[in-house]
Design a protein around this ligand. Structure first.
Ligand SMILES: [Zn+2]
Length: 793
C-alpha cells in the first residue's frame, strides 16, 4: 500500500500528496559546520617556491643531487656473506654548501643492537610460533661491518655511525656544483629470509643443498639532501622504505661460476658469463615480442643444481639514472625473456625462477611483467629502462629498479589454488609496477608509504582488470574498502601519516589511496580529466622527487577540478562514507479538477486500514440508532462525501482560465516528485548517486556532485521529478562511493537475505575419497582418476 500526497498549485504553487519513511528527528541542526569540509587546503600545504610551484610542478630552480656508484661485490656461497667495495661520486647540485654527507646503512636494522628489535610491540596470544619467541632475543649477527672510508687519494675520512645512518666529514666544504669522490669497503652476513624475514636475503633448498639469493640494501647509500627536507633524517626502522637519489651504477658481482645473476641494469659482459647457446637465445629474445624465449631451460637448471663448480665468475652490470640497485643469484635459475615495445623503447621482460616455481612461472611470470609495462606506460610515462625482471621467491614481494622478488609457489605436485595463481600474478604486476612508483616517480617512501604503494596499487588494479575482465582484484573497487574504513577509528590512521605510525598498513597505505584514486576517476572527476591529470603528475615528476603537495596540486591544476575537499576528507582524516536516505516524500500534483481529485481522495480512503472495533461492530451491533431512526439524518448524513458540486466545477473552470497553457499541462502531467533528505553520517562528503527504479525493472540514475554538501550541513534535501511512479529509490546503486552502511540506502527499506549453512557434525572432516584440504586443481585430477577407475571397473 502506498500513500501519496497531492501538491497544490495556486497559480504557480503546487500542492503535493506525500508519503514519508524513516523520519528522523531534526536534532542535527547542531552540525559539524565549524569544521567546513570544503575549506581550502592551501593553508595546510607548504608554501610554493622556486623549487616547487603552486601548480604542483617542479619550479624553475628545482634541483636534486646526483650520486654515482662504482661497486665490486663478492658473494660467498659457503658462508652466506657479502663483501663489497664502492667508489661514490657525489655531485652537489644544491645551492647550498655542504660540510658533511649522510649515508644510509640499512643492513644495520638487522644488527644485534638495532632499535627495530626494541621498539616493536609484543602482543602475545595463547599460542605463539617459535619464530615469535626467538625474536625476543635475536641471535643473527647482521648489519654492516664498515672496513674503511677513504677519499680519492686513499686518505681516511672521519665518520660517525648513528644506528642506520653514517655521517662522513668532508675534508673541505663542498660548494654548489662541486663533486666529491670517496670509497667505502664493507661486509655483512646475509639473513635467512625464510627464518627471520626481510626484503632481501637467501632461501636454502635442502634438496642438493642449494641457495637462492635475493640481494638488496647491500651497500652504504647516500641519504637524500633536498630542497624540502635538507638531509632527511628518518632512521630505517622497518616499515618506512627508502628515500634515494638518482645516479649511474657500474656493478661487478662475483659469484660461483655456475650461478646465474639477475640484476638491475644491462649485462655488460655476456661473452664472459654466458655460453654461446645462451647468448644466441638471449639475442633471439631481443627480437621476440609474442612469447618468452627460454634462455636457460628447466632441464638445464635441474642439471645445474645437482653439481657445484668450484670457480667464480664476475657479472658486470651498468644502470643509468636509477635510484637503487638489486640483484639475485642462484644455480637453480631457469631464465626466460621477451621484448615489450612501449613507445620508442624496447625493454626486455624477464623472469628467473627455480623449478619449484613451475608450471606457474613459465606460463605467467614474464607475460605479467610485459602486461605491467604496457598498462603502466599508458597511464604514466613510457618505461625507458632496458629490462624489467621478476625473480621467484616463495612468498615475498619486493621491488628495486628493473628487478623485483615475487612470491607464488605451486604445490610440490605442480598443482596450485586459484588464490596462489592470482596472488602470483598480482604480486608481479604490483612489484613490476613499482618501477613507476617510486623507482621513476621517486617519492619519499620512508615518510609517505601511500605515495608509492597507493598510487601503484591503483594502477595495479587497472592492469589486473586489463589482464582479465573477471580478475579477482583484492584492492581498488570502492566496495572493498568499506570494511576497513567503517571500522574502529582508534585503530585507523589518516593516509597522511608517517610510515612507522600506520595501523593496518595494507588497507591504509595500499587499499584506501588506491580506492580513493579509483573513485576520483570513476565518480568524482571522470576518466578523461583524471587520466590526463594523473599522467601529467607522472610526466612532471618522472626521475624527480615529488611530495604529497605536488601530487594534490597537480591533480587539481591539470584537471580544473577543486579537490581540496577530497584530499582533506580522504587523506587527512579517518572519516568514512555513510550517507543515508533519511526521508522520502512522494508527491503528485493536485490537478485542481474536482472530479479527478474526488476520485483520488476516495481511492486513497479505500486504502486506509479499517478500525478493529468498527469491523467487530459490523457483527456485534447489527443496527445503529441512525439505521432505525431516520429523523436523525441531516445534510451531512445524506450527502456523499465524494460528491462534486456544480459550483466546484465552475470555480475550477474559472481558476484554470488564468493559467498559461504550460501551467495547465503541468497540472495534468501526472509527474511524480520525490523530496529526499540525505544525511551525512560518516563525515566524508561524496557525490549523491540516486537510482530511481520502476516497476518494470528499469532504472534512471541521477548524479549530484559532492558540492551539494558545500554548506557542510549533516543533511541536504532535494526534489527529483519522474514521469512514472518509482517502485524504489537506491542511493549509490553501483556501490561506487565506498558507503560503509548500505542498510540506509534504500527506499522503501530493503532487507537483504543472507545464507547460512546447516551442517551435521561429522566425526572426521575427511571424506572417503581423502582429505578435503586440497586445491581445486588437485581435486580435478583426483576426479579424473576416479572416473578412470570407474570406467575400467
Ligand atoms: Zn608495494
Amino acid at each position: 500500500m502506498k500513500l501519496i500526497s497531492r501538491l497544490r498549485f495556486y497559480s504557480c504553487i503546487l500542492t503535493v500528496f506525500f508519503f514519508t519513511t524513516n523520519a528522523q528527528s531534526q536534532q542535527d541542526q547542531v552540525s559539524s559546520t565549524n569544521n567546513n569540509v570544503f575549506r581550502q587546503l592551501g593553508t595546510d600545504l607548504p608554501t610554493p617556491n622556486m623549487y616547487r610551484t603552486a601548480s604542483g610542478a617542479p619550479g624553475r630552480e628545482y634541483w636534486q643531487q646526483q650520486v654515482d656508484y662504482n661497486m665490486k661485490i663478492k658473494l660467498d656461497d659457503n658462508t652466506q656473506r657479502i663483501d663489497g667495495s664502492e667508489t661514490i661520486t657525489y655531485t652537489n647540485n644544491s645551492p647550498d654548501e655542504l660540510r658533511y654527507l649522510w649515508l644510509q646503512l640499512d643492513q644495520n636494522m638487522r644488527s644485534l643492537d638495532s632499535d627495530s628489535h626494541k621498539i616493536g610491540e609484543d602482543l602475545w596470544g595463547d599460542s605463539e610460533s617459535f619464530r615469535t619467541v626467538k625474536k625476543l632475543k635475536p641471535t643473527f649477527e647482521g648489519g654492516f661491518n664498515i672496513e674503511s672510508v677513504v677519499d680519492s687519494y686513499g686518505e681516511g675520512l672521519d665518520y660517525t655511525i648513528n644506528k642506520t645512518m653514517m655521517r662522513v666529514e668532508l675534508p673541505k666544504v663542498l660548494k654548489p656544483g662541486e663533486r666529491f669522490v670517496f670509497s667505502i669497503d664493507w661486509w655483512y652476513n646475509i639473513n635467512d629470509r625464510m627464518q627471520i624475514g626481510g626484503r632481501s636475503g637467501f632461501e636454502h633448498f635442502s634438496e642438493n643443498d642449494n641457495y637462492l639469493y635475493t640481494i638488496a640494501q647491500f651497500y652504504p647509500r647516500l641519504v637524500v639532501y633536498s630542497d624540502n627536507e635538507g638531509w632527511h633524517n628518518k632512521q630505517f626502522l622497518g616499515n618506512g622504505e627508502f628515500t634515494l637519489c638518482f645516479g649511474d651504477y657500474n656493478v661487478a658481482i662475483t659469484v660461483p661460476s655456475d650461478h646465474l645473476v639477475a640484476s638491475t641494469g644491462e649485462l655488460m659482459n655476456p661473452k664472459t658469463v654466458l655460453t654461446p647457446e645462451q647468448r644466441k637465445r638471449f639475442e633471439l629474445a631481443k627480437r621476440t615480442t609474442d612469447q618468452p624465449v627460454l634462455i636457460v631451460t628447466e632441464a638445464e637448471a635441474r642439471e645445474a643444481e645437482k653439481g657445484k663448480e668450484k670457480g667464480l665468475k664476475t657479472w658486470v652490470f651498468s644502470a643509468k639514472n636509477v635510484r637503487d640497485f638489486g640483484w639475485a643469484s642462484s644455480r637453480k635459475f631457469i631464465w626466460d625473456a621477451m621484448t615489450v615495445p612501449v613507445g620508442k623503447y624496447r625493454p626486455l621482460a624477464m623472469s628467473f625462477y627455480p623449478k619449484e616455481g613451475n608450471p606457474l612461472w613459465e606460463q605467467y611470470s614474464t607475460k605479467a611483467v610485459a602486461q605491467t609495462l604496457k598498462t603502466y606506460s599508458k597511464y604514466t610515462v613510457d618505461y625507458s629502462y632496458p629490462v624489467a625482471i621478476s625473480v621467484h621467491t616463495k612468498w615475498i614481494g619486493m621491488e628495486y629498479p628493473m628487478i623485483c622478488f615475487n612470491g607464488g609457489r605451486p604445490a610440490a605436485d605442480g598443482t596450485y589454488s586459484a588464490r596462489t595463481k592470482h596472488g602470483m600474478i598480482s604480486v608481479i604486476i604490483h612489484e613490476v609496477g613499482h618501477n613507476f612508483f617510486p623507482m621513476i616517480i621517486n617519492s619519499d617512501e620512508r615518510q609517505w608509504t601511500w605515495m608509492d604503494e597507493g598510487l601503484n596499487t591503483f594502477v595495479q588494479f587497472l592492469a589486473e582488470q586489463e589482464f582479465d575482465r573477471d580478475y579477482p582484484s583484492r584492492r581498488g573497487a570502492a566496495r572493498d574498502i568499506t570494511g576497513y574504513m567503517g571500522g574502529d577509528k582508534l585503530r585507523i590512521s589518516p593516509i597522511m601519516t608517517n610510515s612507522e605510525s600506520i595501523y593496518h598498513f595494507g588497507p591504509n597505505a595500499y587499499g584506501k589511496p588506491a580506492t580513493a584514486l579509483n573513485i576520483l576517476r570513476e565518480t568524482v572527476m571522470g576518466r578523461d580529466l583524471f587520466d590526463y591529470a594523473f599522467k601529467e603528475y607522472s610526466r612532471r615528476w618522472a626521475f624527480k622527487h615529488p611530495t604529497p603537495a605536488d601530487f594534490f596540486r597537480t591533480m587539481e591544476d591539470a584537471s580544473g577540478v577543486d579537490l581540496d575537499w577530497f584530499w582533506r576528507g580522504w587523506f587527512y582524516t579517518n572519516d568514512h562514507v555513510d550517507i543515508s536516505l533519511d526521508e522520502v516524500r512522494w508527491m503528485q500534483i493536485d490537478t485542481q479538477n474536482p472530479e479527478v481529485e474526488a476520485a483520488f481522495i476516495k481511492s486513497q480512503d479505500e486504502l486506509e486500514p479499517s478500525d478493529i472495533s468498527h469491523d467487530r461492530d459490523l457483527v456485534d451491533v447489527p443496527v445503529t440508532y441512525l439505521d432505525v431512526d431516520p429523523t436523525l439524518n441531516d445534510y451531512y448524513t445524506t450527502t456523499g462525501k465524494y460528491e462534486v458540486l456544480e459550483l466546484d466545477r465552475l470555480e475550477y473552470e474559472e481558476k484554470i482560465e488564468y493559467l498559461s497553457s504550460e501551467e495547465r499541462e503541468m497540472l495534468v502531467s501526472g509527474k511524480n516528485y520525490y523530496e529526499i533528505t540525505f544525511r551525512n553520517l560518516g563525515g566524508l562528503v561524496m557525490p549523491l548517486i540516486i537510482g530511481f527504479e520502476y516497476e518494470n525493472g528499469e532504472m534512471e540514475v541521477v548524479r549530484i556532485p559532492a558540492e551539494v554538501w558545500l554548506m557542510s550541513e549533516p543533511t541536504v534535501t532535494k526534489v527529483f521529478a519522474t514521469d512514472r511512479a518509482v517502485s524504489s529509490i537506491i542511493l549509490d546503486p553501483y556501490l561506487e562511493t565506498a558507503d560503509c552502511d548500505l542498510s540506509n540506502n534504500n527506499w522503501p527499506p530493503r532487507p537483504q537475505p543472507t545464507r547460512f549453512e546447516i551442517f551435521k557434525q561429522y566425526g572426521s572432516s575427511s571424506s572417503r575419497y581423502g582429505a578435503q584440504d586440497d586445491n581445486p586443481m588437485q581435486r580435478a585430477e583426483k576426479n579424473d582418476e576416479l572416473l578412470n577407475e570407474k570406467s575400467t571397473d
